[in-house]
Design a protein around this ligand. Structure first.
Ligand code: HEC
Ligand code: HEC
Length: 229
């Protein structure tokens, strides 16, 4: 069973690159158990949105490929949702962690979805990796490349959850990212947030190319007024 999943996962990951079709069609093989789109969206926002743009999630990062662009053509060519789901699951399980260009690849599953058996208390973790993969794959498979362009979020909290929460903890937004400073502790001013989001800083990417001026102002107002509350 595990081996069958492994082979399918690799074959499917290759399909994502080659944009062939027919991989995992029918969704059989038991590789992806049935997942929940709602739970998948929450996990996507927490663990994937910091690197991937996806219109339905309102995320805009350019660190990894834009997932709408990655799947739009194959969806137009008739690839089914169940096939996408297999491809996404394969990518989460067997990412190309180091790319041929030397650019950073995608982190492995024990980094994106660490199991609660393996992490210290208080760190992000999932009780059941298989279920978490199924949930995210079901969600991304259902929405990526559908041409559904979600309204660009304009309220600061939604912008924060989609673009910042996977790296930053902010209690009001319900996020627990640990890549960047805890914003409840930092309590930055609006001007500080606005400048750092626009220009980036250290390991934090600049958002001037992915959020417009109004969105940056909205997220800066939101963070400065809710941090530490
Ligand atoms: C630290 C950044 C990072 C995170 C977090 C991340 N990815 Fe990726 N992802 C990448 C990069 C870089 C690539 C391109 C290299 C590769 O193919 O592995 C990629 C590739 C992909 C692809 C293949 C896209 C294509 O063009 O075929 C999918 C699907 C994907 N990621 C889904 C996810 C999902 C779902 C999550 C959350 C569980 C996630 N990623 C988390 C950086 C990330
Ligand atoms: C890929 C991870 C990542 C993402 C996404 C990210 N940040 Fe950051 N952020 C960081 C890191 C790392 C730092 C520390 C940078 C440094 O000082 O070297 C930081 C610093 C900051 C600071 C300064 C905190 C202080 O000490 O005063 C603020 C404010 C901030 N980020 C807000 C945001 C907002 C708002 C967003 C979304 C628009 C965001 N960040 C998205 C990683 C991230």
């Amino acid at each position: 069973m595990r081996n069958a999943g492994l082979v399918l996962g690799i074959a499917c990951a290759a399909v994502a690159v080659l944009i062939a079709s027919g991989c995992g069609s029918g969704g059989s093989g038991g590789f992806v158990a049935s997942g929940s789109q709602g739970a998948g969206k929450e996990l996507f926002l927490a663990r994937c949105a910091s690197c991937h743009a996806l219109a339905d999630a309102g995320s805009t990062s350019t660190i990894g490929p834009n997932l709408d662009d990655a799947f739009a053509q194959s969806r137009a060519d008739g690839m089914t949702t169940s096939t996408f789901t297999q491809v996404v699951a394969g990518q989460i399980r067997f990412p190309i962690t180091s790319t041929s260009t030397g650019a950073p690849g995608m982190p492995g599953i024990d980094s994106t979805l660490p199991s609660c058996e393996d992490v210290a208390d208080g760190e992000f973790c999932v009780e059941d990796q298989d279920q978490a993969v199924a949930d995210i794959a079901t969600y991304v498979g259902a929405v990526a490349g559908t041409g559904v362009t979600a309204e660009k979020p304009t309220d600061g909290k939604s912008i924060f959850v989609a673009n910042c929460g996977s790296c930053h903890t902010l209690a009001d937004a319900g996020t627990s990212g640990k890549v960047g400073p805890n914003l409840d502790d930092a309590k930055p001013s609006q001007e500080r947030v606005q400048s750092i989001v626009t220009n980036g800083r250290g390991a934090m990417p600049a958002f001037s190319g992915s959020l417009d001026a109004q969105q940056i102002q909205a997220v800066a107002e939101y963070v400065s007024s809710s941090a530490g509350k």
